[in-house]
Design a protein around this ligand. Structure first.
Ligand SMILES: [Zn+2]
Ligand SMILES: [Zn+2]
Length: 237
């Protein structure tokens, strides 16, 4: 077993709230410079920059976890982490079926290739809530073989604890992304697995918060074992 540093919550320039220089190429290079082994790129309600990210990640030898950040009907954010790009794309298809078009904001939702060339702009209202409720969203992620993590769980805006005031007992999150060490300690003592992610929207923020994982290798399957605390794999912080 080895220790791996993972930032499982980074946005690309496809997210309208992220900086334009957050191209998959630039952000993965920055992640590598910062000593990260594993990065999940999770744009709001979209997976369209993941093909470019996957190509860059392969070139750099960094492990990319294909991901999306879902906004549920309750306005709670859920990180959906997948083993394959196609699983992430299947979730995107489901989300897009009910996400309104918004061509006005499209110029802030940039689609790029692995060479940082602009391919176009996503004409969907990516910051809108989807039609999926929290329970349904987590079930859908699991149906597609993914892991569902409550984003910035204690944050007032879009965090499950901040929005609902409690963790719904019938929503089986695989982990909670927690910002404050004291909240993480409390939730861990209640048996929850807590992760740290940067939620980076700027290059400077990548890896400023990250998780330390004990795994055999930096892969999705190993991560899934760590979240279940199985076979010696673990989230150390
Ligand atoms: Zn979020
Ligand atoms: Zn985010």
């Amino acid at each position: 077993m080895q220790l791996f540093r993972a930032d499982l919550h980074v946005h690309s320039c496809l997210s309208p709230c992220a900086e334009l220089d957050m191209t998959p190429s630039r952000l993965l290079r920055r992640a590598q410079e910062r000593g990260l082994h594993m990065v999940a790129i999770a744009d709001h309600n979209s997976a369209e920059n993941l093909p470019a990210a996957q190509k860059v990640a392969r070139q750099l030898g960094i492990s990319l976890i294909p991901a999306l950040e879902i906004t549920t009907r309750e306005e709670v954010h859920v990180l959906a982490l997948f083993e394959t790009l196609s699983a992430a794309e299947r979730l995107q298809e489901r989300i897009y079926a009910s996400l309104p078009l918004d061509t006005q904001g499209a110029e802030h939702q940039v689609l790029v290739n692995e060479h940082e060339e602009v391919l176009g702009f996503c004409p969907r209202a990516l910051l809108s809530a989807t039609q999926m409720g929290l329970k349904e969203a987590v079930a859908e992620v699991h149906r597609l073989g993914g892991l569902a993590v409550a984003s910035h769980a204690e944050r007032e805006g879009f965090g499950v604890l901040g929005v609902l005031g409690f963790l719904p007992p019938d929503v089986p999150f695989d982990a909670l992304e927690v910002l404050s060490p004291s909240v993480a300690q409390e939730l861990s003592s209640q048996g929850h697995v807590c992760l740290q992610g940067s939620d980076a929207h700027h290059l400077r923020d990548i890896g400023t918060r990250c998780s330390l994982l004990r795994l055999r290798g930096p892969t999705f399957r190993e991560l899934a074992l760590a979240l279940r605390r199985a076979q010696g794999r673990a989230v150390l912080r």
